[in-house]
Design a protein around this ligand. Structure first.
Ligand SMILES: *Cc1c(COP(=O)(O)O)cnc(C)c1O
Length: 251
């Protein structure tokens, strides 16, 4: 399917539904090749820098989950989608969250995949407590810990060796629920190197569950160029932008 879709041109909005369907087929194929069920892998639309009508087209085609990197875009897009009566969907934050943006993140998203410090965890815990007190929210806020699985200096996320300690600190916070781990695959052409970075995170997820954190089931890993590898390594959520929306001028 990769060959059928030209990843170098930006498709017009009318083609987004077809691109999304092609992606669903590719994901199903990769899952079956890995001995998994197609329904075990969710597609998260990475919608950074996409106009709301393009996001809307992907939701109309069956998308139910989207990921935002930039909190300002999260707020603007969610507001526009609400005004346009968009289909029901869930929204995650997949970009680094600065402390002063945490409030909007918690207000407009249902999960922050990029938790990488106890400081940010405490802030989200406090914000969610306020939302529970006011009746705006009823349960804990979902988070994933972002793991720097490639060792690249340029990547956000905590070291693999720090996952267990941050997880146990987060467990102390009553308004947070750890739902899994997120990572960006190693930036290399070598499939074995990419697979290795995903294996590290899968092993960490398995050890969180073994340690009694039963809610930590998700593995958010895989993007347009490495989703087949991620699915083979157990990804439960792939975050895909380019395959559906085409290349971005800004990245
Ligand atoms: C942009 C982005 C993606 C999607 O990348 P594509 O290569 O366009 O599929 C996934 N995850 C994160 C964190 C991103 O910033």
């Amino acid at each position: 399917m990769k060959d059928a879709v030209d990843l170098t041109v930006v498709p017009p909005v009318e083609e987004i539904a077809g691109r999304f369907q092609a992606l669903q087929e590719q994901v199903a194929k990769a899952a079956i090749n890995a001995g998994r069920k197609p329904t075990d892998v969710a597609i998260e639309l990475a919608v950074k820098y996409q106009a709301p009508e393009r996001v809307m087209a992907a939701l109309a085609a069956g998308g139910t989950l989207m990921g935002h990197n930039i909190i300002q875009q999260l707020e603007a897009t969610e507001t526009a989608l609400q005004e346009a009566n968009a289909p029901a969907h869930r929204t995650h934050v997949i970009g680094h969250v600065q402390k002063n943006k945490a409030k909007k993140a918690v207000q407009y998203a249902q999960c922050i995949e990029t938790l990488d410090s106890i400081k940010l965890a405490k802030r989200i815990n406090m914000l969610q407590q306020a939302r529970r007190d006011s009746g705006e929210a009823h349960g804990p806020f979902d988070v994933m810990l972002q793991v720097n699985s490639s060792g690249a200096e340029s990547q956000y996320g905590i070291e693999p060796a720090a996952v267990s300690e941050l997880a146990s600190q987060v467990l102390e916070l009553p308004n947070l629920r750890i739902v899994g781990l997120m990572t960006i695959g190693a930036h290399t052409e070598d499939p074995a190197g990419i697979a290795h970075s995903f294996q590290i995170v899968r092993t960490l997820r398995d050890s969180l569950i073994a340690a009694g954190i039963a809610s930590a089931t998700e593995l958010s890993m895989g993007m347009t160029h490495d989703m087949d590898i991620a699915i083979a390594e157990g990804s439960t959520i792939i975050r895909v932008g380019t395959a559906v929306f085409g290349p971005r001028e800004i990245t």
